[in-house]
Design a protein around this ligand. Structure first.
Ligand code: UDP
Ligand code: MG
Length: 324
């Protein structure tokens, strides 16, 4: 890694926010102050992901009070991954930092992140040490997810690394050039490569409100990631099919041996029924897994944009950027 020749980059901070009106009032000024400590040229982009609460009014006040704040309002809720994509597209800095709107990502980490960038890292990502808001079941499932997704894959998606990260302009440009619609950002970060450095952090408790990702949301995101970055489910299917076929062959052979050597006739229909039900279950599961992949292909070929901007506001925007 080569140290950077010039040391005060322009910085953009991207904050996706969905119904975070109660947090933005405190988080935005605090983050902005931390950014200004790092660079005199900093902008803070709040991507309002179709909020239905008071976010628009709060952001209007913040944009009026701080020239560096930009409010980018999406036309509806597109999800965090799309909101981040929108923010990256809008960001102009040589360095881009992504943070959450709920105050869980400590701004005290920013100087360390920037100093790693100055030492030459292209990506500095923060790895959660512990998450108290997660149950043992959730933690176990997440562990299993990363094992599966990284199984036999040539890129390694680091576990427990979230979207709290600093990226060099080169990395942001690489991410922007990816045309994929089903965006699983944690996978895309790993896919684009570059020199990446991890730093540990302890997430703060959520300032106000509840996490937007319940079991359902996390499961759907995990499925998107799995289908987009791994063929492990397909491989498991092939393996399962092979094993079952081998077992059936073995059992068939055994029945023949039983019949000819000991004259035992195979009794009853129970084996048949159980076997049939088991096999149809496996077949339906197989179809379902295939359908997940086909569905994503369908999504991709439709080529719908991953987000739509309704409006941008902010004093620092170049003229004519109101509609972005
Ligand atoms: N978020 C978003 N769109 C969504 C869901 C969440 O922009 O559809 C934002 C949210 O406002 C927050 C960040 O993503 O700034 C992380 O969300 P949350 O705190 O609910 O997730 P967790 O911390 O539990 O991962
Ligand atoms: Mg949070």
């Amino acid at each position: 890694m080569n140290p950077r020749p010039h040391t005060t980059p322009t910085i953009s901070c991207v904050i996706p926010a969905f119904n975070e009106a109660s947090n933005l009032g405190a988080v935005v000024p605090q983050t902005l102050a931390a950014l200004q400590q790092l660079s005199p040229q900093a902008e803070l982009i709040v991507v309002d992901d179709g909020s239905t609460d008071d976010t628009a009014r709060v952001m209007q006040g913040l944009c009026a009070a701080h020239a560096q704040v930009v409010h980018m309002r999406l036309s509806r809720n597109f999800g965090k991954e799309s909101a981040l994509t929108a923010g990256l597209d809008m960001a102009r800095g040589e360095v881009v930092i992504q943070m959450d709107a709920d105050g869980q990502h400590p701004t005290s980490l920013l100087p360390e992140m920037l100093s790693k960038w100055k030492q030459g890292a292209d990506v500095v990502y923060a790895v959660r040490k512990a998450r108290e808001d997660q149950s043992a079941l959730q933690a176990g499932l997440i562990g299993l997810f990363y094992k599966l997704i990284n199984w036999g894959s040539h890129i390694e998606i680091p576990a427990n690394a979230g979207d709290f990260r600093l990226m060099d302009r080169q990395v942001v440009n690489a991410l922007k050039a990816i045309p994929e619609r089903n965006r699983f950002m944690k996978g895309l970060y790993a896919w684009v490569g570059f020199h990446s450095t991890a730093i540990d952090y302890e997430p703060l408790p959520r300032a106000d409100g509840l996490s937007k990702f319940g079991m359902g949301g996390s499961f759907s995101l995990a499925l998107t990631g799995m289908v987009a970055f791994s063929t492990a489910p397909l491989r498991l299917l092939t393996l399962g099919g092979l094993l079952l076929a081998a077992a059936a062959l073995g059992y068939g052979g055994w029945v023949v041996v039983e019949y000819f050597f000991w004259g035992i006739k195979v009794p009853g229909y129970a084996t048949l029924v159980v076997g049939m039900m088991f096999l149809s279950g496996i077949q339906l599961l197989g179809l379902g897994i295939l359908a997940e992949y086909v569905g994503r292909i369908y999504d991709e070929v439709k080529r719908r944009p991953s987000y739509i901007v309704a409006q941008c506001s902010g004093q620092g925007l170049p003229d004519g950027q109101g509609g972005c």
